[in-house]
Design a protein around this ligand. Structure first.
Ligand SMILES: [Zn+2]
Length: 201
């Protein structure tokens, strides 16, 4: 299968933040390995003048998901800290649209759509197909993909640009996302160069 990109397509990066990379406070094993591939996708979307969106966990210091509050996770992605920042190695363009989530103390959000303006923003850009990569496969990527499908987006999962906390769970949820209607692709499936023709609206 080959995938031709065109108007109405957008790249959506999920939580590619320093705390989720090796060396961070909640590292996804080999999370850094997807960055060169994400940069290729970013370059592709930029070259073809297609919009790029990036979600980020953006927690207050006393967020309910943290262990000291009875949550599941060590403190991570506290707003304005280095750990919450996108890594320097990620070549996010200045005009990428950033969506902060789980910003209030009492509510967590795995999905980029949960409690954010993401859907409205995508609608305002006329987006109907989403290409989703990032971290971690079985948490924020899975929940973002489920919501994208629920909202009616044709949803592609960049299987060469996601990583799971548990490799086994990651494989299972890739199958689950496919069962739910997502399409798993890898970079080589995008149609490149002179073969590329923007779709008509
Ligand atoms: Zn979080």
């Amino acid at each position: 299968m080959k995938v031709r990109l065109g108007a109405g397509d957008a790249l959506l990066l999920v939580d590619v933040q320093s705390d989720f990379l090796p060396g961070g406070s909640l590292p996804v094993p080999d999370g850094d390995k997807i960055i060169p591939t994400l940069n290729r996708y970013i370059g592709f979307f930029q070259t073809h003048d297609l919009p790029i969106f990036a979600t980020r966990d953006w927690h207050p210091k006393n967020h309910c998901s943290f262990l000291q509050r009875g949550g599941l996770w060590p403190p991570h992605c506290i707003a304005e800290t280095q750990g919450a920042a996108f890594p320097d190695s990620l070549e996010l363009p200045p005009d990428a649209h950033i969506i902060s989530k789980a910003t209030s103390p009492e509510k967590d959000a795995y999905s980029g759509f949960d409690g954010t303006q993401l859907h409205a923003l995508l609608q305002s850009f006329g987006i109907h197909r989403l290409f989703v990569g990032g971290l971690a496969t079985e948490y924020c990527v899975l929940n973002t993909v489920k919501d994208a499908l629920r909202y009616g987006y044709s949803t592609f999962v960049l299987q060469d640009a996601v990583r799971a906390i548990s490799v086994l769970d990651g494989l299972k949820v890739l199958e689950e996302m496919e069962r739910l209607g997502a399409i798993l692709i890898h970079y080589e499936m995008l149609i490149h160069g002179s073969d590329f023709q923007p779709a008509a609206d």
